[in-house]
Design a protein around this ligand. Sequence first.
Ligand SMILES: *Cc1c(COP(=O)(O)O)cnc(C)c1O
Length: 228
Amino acid sequence: MATIKDKLQETTARVESACAKAGRPVHSVTLLAVSKTFSATDIREAHAAGARRFGENYVQEGLEKIQALADLRADIEWHLIGPLQSNKTRPVAEAFDWVHSVDRLKIAQRLSEQRPGAMAPLNVCIQVNISGEASKSGAAPGEVPALARAIAQLPRLRLRGLMAVPEPAADLESQREPHRALARLQRELVADGLALDTLSMGMSADLEAAIFEGATLVRVGTAIFGKR
Ligand SMILES: *Cc1c(COP(=O)(O)O)cnc(C)c1O
């Protein structure tokens, strides 16, 4: 049985190989280990093997693990990547380093108001519904420029870029399309004067496609921790 350490090394090798094929430096892509449903012990194992950034989907579960791993707090970046309801923003603002799933101004305003003054500004990405599926969360691409300009004004947030979870596709070419669209949208925002440095896209099944199209952060769960 491959250990978490083995799978983390394989995933890092996949990221490096994709960077090489895309003609990009390896340090231009950050690996976020998505630990949802896995235990604090598994996260400890991944941390011992070198992982430093972890992504959680569910607020309560994430908070419990942050608490269980308090001894490693200074050495771990915690990212919330799942949907966030407005009644749950306070503990998120108080405990996480990043939120990737901001898709409306009200959530961003609450996070900014609730971010403690003693902490660094909260890093946020706008989640974009890039494949246009009715059921998925994320802002519609057309709403993103105005939303980004408004979020960039909030004092206790730092808008870092865009995030998407595209519709699954089997082959590399169809996987690349939505990632290319997200990268194009990000370029438009940068041309508009926003200082963005993060394109959060690519998961276990499509990280190569995402890296080809410019991902700077890939969110990988299954390939590191195993099946959920
Ligand atoms: C679960 C999840 C991931 C990781 O997916 P894998 O296919 O397990 O790599 C990435 N991003 C989001 C938003 C997720 O919910």
